[in-house]
Ligand binder design. Structure first.
Ligand code: TEU
Ligand code: CA
Length: 559
């Protein structure tokens, strides 16, 4: 495997609307991120992915972009962005922007011109199709519900395609002129603005069949078929475009990229993250995928620790020495990882630390999502109006259509909604959790009095201080090579609740154990073994060559 500058890095994701508000309007902003760069540096972060900050009408919270080369006024200005870049540079932190190019906003100039004149150049940037027998062109379902087809305003029998919200028209990747425009825009950010790379949004969605055939209806019962089915049949179409993108952007400028890629098979891993792969890394969504077997939220069942272990380890083994996954436990599209993947008894600080051990010691480029380092849990939503996300609203309507009660629908959203990752970051125990001087756009997490940066900074035993220690250990030059390149070798699970593995380097082996069961587990070590770091209660006995890891505890051991 070729070595790359990003291989040993640790990344952090900011959801800017909810990170830190500095001008008292209830929305997070760029000056807020600038203010917290020292905090992120102290945590040990090298790369900072910021969810979209471009000009946007926020139909999908900024993932609907009206201008790719401007900053939305709620976040600040291009000058603020330059200040942020300069501040990040001071601390050696690279900025990763969000690249949303499957679609833009219906308020983008291109789309306005396209609707005004379907014969225009701009119209060829979008996917316009005529209706058939008074109906939409085919029966695919958009990710936020309903048909992927919406009438082109002001035109007869003409529809545009949108994989997500109807205010997010899909771009026509089959048009080489459009592709070149996208690469030029990317290179402006990468080279002229000097960012470190991009996180590439929903990119498998560009793998389309331009003939848009009909599909067999799926089990949702609306006669439609999930648009993802078309994508899963056309991975090669997406890959061809992505090879071209990479050759024009990331590779020539030696920039990092991490793809939001779902549903790839073992055979494709090399194409995505191998030496000649299209991305520097792709997120490991194996646990999320195991959870999401059905379009509707109420089809979800929790994973057992055993299942979590199986899918996570399988992903590690599949990536092997081919390339780098990006381990994640949560993001802005997910409920909190501790609430989702851990048994009830470990949905607390102790469990959060042990899960953090796993997230930060697997092979790959770990991403920590804002608040994860505090052990933030899901937020309790008591009314549908407390949720903001368009997908949550669609899922609520779905529940209603299927005759579920409001109470049941809310329970489902409290388990699964994307809103959990979108509530304000808890900075201290003052009103509004120190996020803002006014009532924020989303409700504050109920645990903010204790789970916040200020209180946790002062407590040596906090989740935050533990995260600092694991990140520091991972980056310690003595162990960096093993954590970065060491082989992943799964160990036996003694109680069906333990994730245990080796990271085997050339001249050292590190053992990791995280026990989410109800009783202690014991593993064999050797006489020279040393405990590098632990959470909870861990007893290492070199005389007897055993390590005992209590329930809810984790250990990192140099063998
Ligand atoms: O997400 C794409 C995606 O497929 C999902 O994770 C999506 O959130 C799904 O509906 C979850 O069930 C990306 C962004 O991360 C997301 O925030 C955007 O809404 C979406 O693309 C559209 O840009
Ligand atoms: Ca603000």
């Amino acid at each position: 495997m070729q070595t790359k500058w990003w291989h040993g890095k640790v990344a952090y994701q900011i959801y800017p609307k909810s990170f830190k508000d500095t001008n008292g309007d209830g929305f997070g902003d760029l000056p807020g991120i600038i203010e917290k760069i020292p905090y992120l540096h102290d945590l040990g972060i090298d790369l900072l992915w910021i969810s979209p900050i471009y000009k946007s009408p926020f139909a999908d919270q900024g993932y609907d972009i009206a201008d790719y080369q401007d900053i939305d006024p709620i976040f600040g200005s291009m000058d603020d962005f330059k200040k942020l870049k300069a501040e990040a540079d001071k601390y050696g932190i690279g900025i990763i922007m969000d690249l949303v190019v499957n679609h833009c906003s219906d308020e983008h100039e291109w789309f306005k011109k396209a609707c005004a004149d379907p014969k225009s150049e701009e119209a060829s940037y979008f996917i316009f199709r005529e209706g058939k027998d008074g109906k939409v062109p085919n029966n695919l379902r958009a990710c936020f519900g309903g048909s992927v087809w919406e009438p082109v305003p002001g035109q007869e029998n003409l529809y545009y395609c949108h994989w997500f919200h109807k205010k997010q028209p899909d771009l026509n990747w089959f048009n080489p002129k459009l592709r070149q425009k996208i690469y030029d825009m990317m290179n402006w950010w990468l080279v002229d603005m000097g960012i470190a790379g991009f996180r590439v949004d929903a990119i498998m969605s560009i793998g389309k069949d331009p003939t848009f055939p009909m599909y067999p209806a799926d089990s949702v019962g609306d006669g439609l078929c999930s648009c993802g089915v078309m994508n899963s049949e056309h991975v090669d179409v997406a890959l061809n475009f992505l090879r071209e993108m990479n050759a024009h952007t990331f590779t020539p400028h030696d920039k990092f990229s991490v793809g939001e890629v779902f549903g790839i098979s073992k055979d494709n891993v090399k194409d995505f993250i191998g030496d000649e792969g299209v991305f520097g890394s792709i997120f490991d969504f194996s646990a999320r995928e195991a959870l999401t077997k059905h379009y509707c939220f109420y089809g979800f069942e929790k994973l057992s620790v055993k299942q979590y272990r199986e899918v996570t380890f399988a992903a590690q083994e599949t990536a092997g020495n081919t390339g780098f996954l990006a381990p994640v436990i949560e993001n802005h599209d997910e409920p909190r990882g501790v609430s989702t993947y851990l048994p009830l008894m470990w949905q607390n600080a102790r469990g959060a630390k042990a899960l953090g051990t796993v997230n930060l010691t697997l092979k790959g480029i770990p991403f920590v999502f804002q608040g994860q380092e505090l052990g933030m849990l899901n937020t309790q939503f008591n009314h549908i109006d407390e949720l903001d996300d368009c997908q949550s609203k669609d899922q609520y309507d779905n529940c209603m259509r299927h005759g579920l009660s409001d109470t049941v629908a809310l329970k489902i959203l409290n388990d699964q909604a994307r809103d959990h990752g979108r509530v304000p970051m808890s900075w201290n125990d003052s009103e509004n959790a120190g996020f803002s001087t006014v009532k924020p756009w989303m409700k504050i997490n109920q645990d903010y009095k204790t789970v916040n940066v200020k209180s946790e900074s002062a407590d040596p035993d906090s989740v935050l201080n533990y995260y600092k220690k694991v990140i520091a250990l991972r980056k310690d030059p003595k162990y960096l090579k093993t954590f970065t390149y060491g082989n992943f070798i799964a160990l036996e699970d003694p109680n069906e609740h333990t994730l245990a593995y080796l990271r085997q380097g050339h001249d050292q082996t590190i053992m990791v154990i995280a026990n989410f069961g109800a009783e202690a587990v014991t593993f064999d070590v050797n006489k020279e073994s040393t405990l590098l770091l632990s959470s909870g209660e861990v007893k290492l006995c070199t005389d007897c060559c055993k390590v005992q890891v209590a329930e809810g505890s984790s250990a990192i051991i140099l063998l």
